[in-house]
Design a protein. Sequence first.
Length: 401
Amino acid sequence: MSHSTHHPRQRVAILGSTGSIGVSTLDVIARHPDRFEVTALSAFRRTDELAAQCRQFRPRFAVVPEQAQAAALRDALRDAGVRTEVLVGARALEEVAAHPDVDSVMAAIVGAAGLEPCMAAARAGKRLLLANKEALVVGGALFMDAVREGGATLLPIDSEHSAIFQCLPEDRSQWASRIDHIVLTASGGPFRTRDPLSLADVTPDQACAHPNWVMGRKISVDSATMMNKALEVIEARWLFDLTPQQIRVVIHPQSIIHSMVVCRDASVLAQLGTPDMKVPIAYGLSFPQRIEAGAERLDFLRLAGLTFEPADTQRFPGLQLAYQALEGPPGSSVVLNAANEVAVEGFLRGDIRFTAIHEVNRGTLDALAGRQAAPRDVGDLLEIDARAREMASQLARKSAA
């Protein structure tokens, strides 16, 4: 009697459901109505899209930042006969992330705003699908402590970290004895072959035109500067408990090998696939099993070749800052991340040049790293974050002058 062993559906909260990761997550979930149900959704600005998602998936909760958005959303849902409860504000995100009726949390909120709901989900022992870099870059040891103490299952959704995770045994206690080092692959973004001296004149639209991946504007700029790879180096240090020396980066323009583990015996394990975020998302949702993701299959006969190049520090100077932050005093990664958020915003607004992003990041890190005691809680992290933003804003204003 097979039906007696039928598992109840996994109840999923998606924080950041209108972004590209959120939309892809709903796409995977919609393919498996017998396995998953959507319990909560949240959005920042796109309330109309959130309303459409609520009409389709009928979650129990929806979260928005402001009262005015909540009122509009409630009206729209009432007219559609949808009985989703609309909640407001940052605290509501934490409540939803830790809610007893939620099994899994997809953390796809961009920026430091995603840190506290991630901590709440970790402490509540959820299956935590982590697409928010800041939880690890800003949260670091404090976040990993919360995961351990809460007994949460941490599943990385970044394609690179998911690839590493997929190459390792399920039993984490075996990781250290197997890994010599890991290799994170980077596409090189839109400026891989461009003369570094011409980068000062790059426009936001040029920086956001990624050759392989569809992403939001912030992460697209990070891909062009390689700051996303710098942040991924920091993430990998915490996720896999590695030293900075055990994390290498190589440029792989085709984005087919998503990352590699080099073992003690010199074997290399790699995870390959078409560049589609639905694959790591489906793996996170179904781990340790595998389910149909709706991604295109890799056709080896259509692959012209797989090539590799060094990550050039003249074209991508930001990569070095990751190692500087990891070797620096506790809190250095918080400083780097905050500076980069401010600098990228300034660039996207047209206030500073593309090349000034790195200058702001380096200047902020040099000025602030080690100027504070080791952070003891999220309040300390957010204080360092605020100080770094202030310093980065000053440097950006100087650069624009």
